[in-house]
Ligand binder design. Structure first.
Ligand code: 4NP
Length: 156
């Protein structure tokens, strides 16, 4: 079992998109039983009183346009005890990497950047600032493809 935690600042745009896109990709590959897939925030901005904010409407819309539902996803914050519960913490940008390392108080060998699984490493385009959810979707989709490929070891 591979336990994957996607992380961004707010857990209402990029990391929920990654969770939902990667879960769908894995399901379509018939490999859902190989993965535990979650997402969380480095900030407590959208945790509210423990209820958690739903996925930000423009992110919901772009996912829906690609046939994916965000129903039921609520923002949660990454916690120190998640370190032992997951095998990989996949960050959307370089600031997330620093925050995740601080929250987990270690585990740096488990922290990765999503776009490092593509041919164009760097930050996922941040739709909170660009307003461009389509570009963010494309970055995240490509990163998820690379991530799934990473976990596809050739047999024999
Ligand atoms: P996310 O986007 O990190 O992709 O979920 C953001 C959500 C909220 C804020 C920033 C980015 N914020 O400043 O509240």
């Amino acid at each position: 079992m591979k336990r994957i935690m996607f992380v961004c600042l707010g857990n209402i745009c990029r990391s929920p998109m990654a969770e939902i896109i990667f879960s769908d990709m894995v399901a379509k590959a018939g490999r859902s039983d190989e993965f535990i897939i979650e997402s969380s925030a480095t900030s407590n901005e959208n945790v509210w009183n423990g209820t958690g904010a739903p996925v930000y409407p423009p992110a919901r819309e772009i996912l829906e346009r690609h046939g994916l539902s965000s129903d039921g996803k609520r923002a949660v914050q990454l916690k120190a005890d998640d370190l032992d519960k997951y095998d990989m913490f996949v960050c959307m940008d370089r600031y997330n990497v620093r925050s995740v390392s601080r929250i987990l108080r270690g585990g740096d060998d488990k922290i990765r950047m999503l776009m490092d699984f593509t041919h164009r490493p760097g930050d996922v385009s941040d739709p909170w600032y660009t307003g461009d959810f389509e570009t963010a979707y494309r970055d995240i989709y490509e990163g998820c493809e690379g991530l799934l490929e990473y976990f596809t070891k050739p047999e024999g």
